[in-house]
Design a protein around this ligand. Structure first.
Ligand code: 5GP
Length: 144
């Protein structure tokens, strides 16, 4: 089944983005749900930490620090490079949720790092925009 990567419908008749050439390519290149869409839709489990109307935060399955949490927007954005003006609020909400998550997980005072990998060279493996929150230890710089 092919899902629209923007409005998340499998029905082309009701996909509003199909009418726009700009989004046509994105629509047809998305052949299956990403792992984060499956998490969002309750199809696979996660360890949630925070949820609101716009975002979901859950523990990374392969933590790279004592605290490693992912924040995703509930409305899909593939990555920063594929964002547009209609994504501005979602993207801001992701960062504000990251701030809340840092407070909830007790790393706000000691510091933390927010990472948004973009594209293959940026190390993005899941093509559903997400913000990593890493903390609980000193994080060296520059990253690898
Ligand atoms: P990226 O490399 O795209 O920036 O980050 C993807 C992240 O998703 C990785 O840190 C990876 O460990 C995490 N991840 C991949 N699959 C799952 C999963 O099924 N559940 C959770 N909670 N995290 C996942």
């Amino acid at each position: 089944m092919v899902f629209c990567c923007i409005c998340d419908t499998a029905n082309y008749d009701i996909c509003i983005y199909l009418i726009s050439d700009l989004f046509l390519e994105r629509h047809f290149f998305m052949t299956e749900k990403t792992i984060f869409e499956k998490i969002l839709h309750g199809e696979i489990p996660c360890k949630p930490l925070y949820e609101d109307e716009y975002t979901l935060a859950f523990h990374d399955i392969n933590p790279q620090a004592p605290v490693h949490i992912l924040v995703i927007p509930k409305r899909k954005i593939i990555n920063v490079a594929n964002s547009n003006e209609s994504d501005i609020e979602q993207m801001g909400r992701v960062l504000f949720t990251a701030k809340k998550v840092a407070e909830i997980s007790g790393i706000a005072k000691t510091g933390y790092r927010l990472i948004i990998n973009n594209g293959d060279d940026g190390g993005q493996t899941v093509y559903y925009m997400h913000c990593h929150i890493l903390g609980g230890r000193y994080l060296s710089w520059p990253p690898g």
